[in-house]
Design a protein around this ligand. Structure first.
Ligand SMILES: [Zn+2]
Length: 157
């Protein structure tokens, strides 16, 4: 999809799906997919009406979140479809190997489990001011029993 000029939508006007599509030069399906993506509509109208100013705000936010998906201290929530702070500032780090692991936390908004892959050395940079709990991924005895050749290979990843 090309760049959409949201300024074409007038602030104090409402549009139905076809009008907005025509105005912006996009397909009606595109506008419908925006509605599914959370584009706000005017309450209780049939057909659905979209406020020009709400459309502008929504599109700006969406464009921005695509450019910079995660801020410091955030993990990506699949349900909210944006970066969210961990509930109660509780974050767990589950190592995948010696250098990398997954941060796990609950979304402050919806309570879904969120994940973010980070290097172990980057934890404090990615989650500033948050006391990240480091978890042992699996009992170390289990890891040690694997043939040393394989372990070396994994560590290089
Ligand atoms: Zn969420």
């Amino acid at each position: 999809m090309g760049r959409v000029n949201s300024r074409l939508a007038k602030l104090h006007r409402s549009y139905d799906v076809a009008e907005l599509a025509q105005l912006l030069g996009v397909h009606k399906h595109t506008v419908r997919s925006w509605l599914k993506d959370g584009l706000p509509v005017v309450d209780g109208t049939r057909p659905v009406l979209i406020h020009g100013d709400e459309f502008q705000v929504w599109l700006a936010k969406r464009t921005k979140s695509k450019k910079c998906p995660l801020k410091l201290g955030q993990l990506y929530c699949v349900k909210c479809r944006e970066g969210k702070r961990p509930a109660l500032e509780m974050v767990e780090y589950v190592p995948l190997n010696d250098t990398t692991g997954n941060l796990k936390a609950m979304c402050e908004t919806c309570g879904s489990m969120m994940h973010r892959r980070v290097r172990r050395t980057a934890i404090s940079a990615v989650m500033p001011k948050i006391d990240v709990q480091i978890t042992q991924a699996s009992p170390s005895i289990g890891v040690r029993t694997t043939p040393s050749l394989n372990t070396d290979k994994l560590a290089e990843d």
